[in-house]
Design a protein. Structure first.
Length: 250
C-alpha cells in the first residue's frame, strides 16, 4: 500500500502499464483506483486484468447509437434522450442534484440488462458511503461496481480512478454487454492532474492547468462506444460530471 512508501525507498519500473482486476467478481463491490476492495467484504476472486490505458475503438469498429438508455427521469428521456454508447455531459454548480441524477439512473437499470460502474472522484468518504447504502438498499449493487478515490487520498489515485473504471467497463463491453459508467466528477480529476503536472514542473496554461488537460478527458471519453455486431454489439455509455463555479461553464 502507498501508506508504507517512505523517502529513500528503492523503486523499480515494471515496464508495463498499470492493470486492474476485471470481471463478474467485481460486481457488488466497492474498490479503490487499483481495484483493491475497500468494503471489508474480503478479497475479490478474479484472474482477469486489463490495462487502465487502452486505445479507443476505431471508426469502423463502432456503429450508430440506436438503442435508448432509460434514465427513469421523464424530462431527460423525453427531451434529451440518451442512447447506449453515448457520452452525455452533466454540468452544474455544487448541490444542484448532479449525483442524484446519476444514482436515479443507476437505480432505473434494474431490469435493463445493464451493468453500472459508479466512479466517485474526490468525494467525501461519507458521501460515497451514503451512495453505496442507497444502491444496496434498492438492490442496485447486484449489477453495480463502485470505484472510489476519496478526497483524503493522494492525487495520483484521483487521477487513475476514471481510467480504472472504464477498464473494468471495457471487459464487459468486449464481451457483448452494455455498461453505464458515471464519472462523479471529472473536474476533481482535472485538479488532481494539475497538481501532479505542477509537481513535475510542466508548463502551466489557463488556471494553471497543463496544456494536455483536454487530452486527459478526450482519451477517456472516446473509450465509450457502441461496438458493431461483429465485435459483439456491446456498449459503454458515459455520464461525466463537471462542477462549475457560480455557473461559469467556460
Amino acid at each position: 500500500p502507498y501508506t508504507e512508501i517512505r523517502e529513500g525507498d528503492e523503486v523499480r519500473r515494471t515496464g508495463k502499464i498499470m492493470e486492474v482486476p476485471v470481471g463478474e467478481a467485481l460486481i457488488g463491490r466497492v474498490v479503490n483506483s487499483l481495484g483493491q476492495p475497500v468494503d471489508g467484504l474480503g478479497p475479490i476472486e478474479t484472474t482477469g486484468t486489463r490495462p487502465i490505458e487502452a486505445v479507443a475503438p476505431g471508426v469502423m469498429q463502432r456503429q450508430s447509437v440506436n438503442e435508448p438508455l432509460q434514465t427513469g427521469i421523464k424530462a431527460i428521456d423525453a427531451l434529451v434522450p440518451i442512447g447506449r454508447g453515448q457520452r452525455e455531459l452533466i454540468i452544474g454548480d455544487r448541490q444542484t442534484g448532479k449525483t442524484s441524477v446519476a444514482i436515479d439512473t443507476i437505480l432505473n437499470q434494474a431490469d435493463q440488462d445493464m451493468i453500472c460502474i459508479y466512479v466517485a472522484i474526490g468525494q467525501k468518504e461519507s458521501t460515497v458511503r451514503n451512495a453505496v447504502e442507497t444502491l444496496r438498499h434498492h438492490g442496485a449493487l447486484d449489477y453495480t461496481i463502485v470505484v472510489t478515490a476519496a478526497a483524503s487520498q493522494p492525487a495520483p489515485l484521483l487521477y487513475l480512478a476514471p481510467y480504472a473504471g472504464v477498464a473494468m467497463a471495457e471487459e464487459f463491453m468486449y464481451n457483448g454487454k452494455h455498461v453505464l459508467v458515471v464519472y462523479d466528477d471529472l473536474s476533481k480529476q482535472a485538479a488532481a492532474y494539475r497538481e501532479l503536472s505542477l509537481l513535475l514542473r510542466r508548463p502551466p496554461g489557463r488556471e494553471a492547468y497543463p496544456g494536455d488537460v483536454f487530452y486527459l478527458h478526450s482519451r477517456l471519453l472516446e473509450r465509450a462506444a457502441k461496438l458493431n455486431d461483429s465485435l459483439g454489439g456491446g456498449s459503454i455509455t458515459a455520464l461525466p460530471f463537471v462542477e462549475t463555479q457560480a455557473g461559469d461553464i467556460s
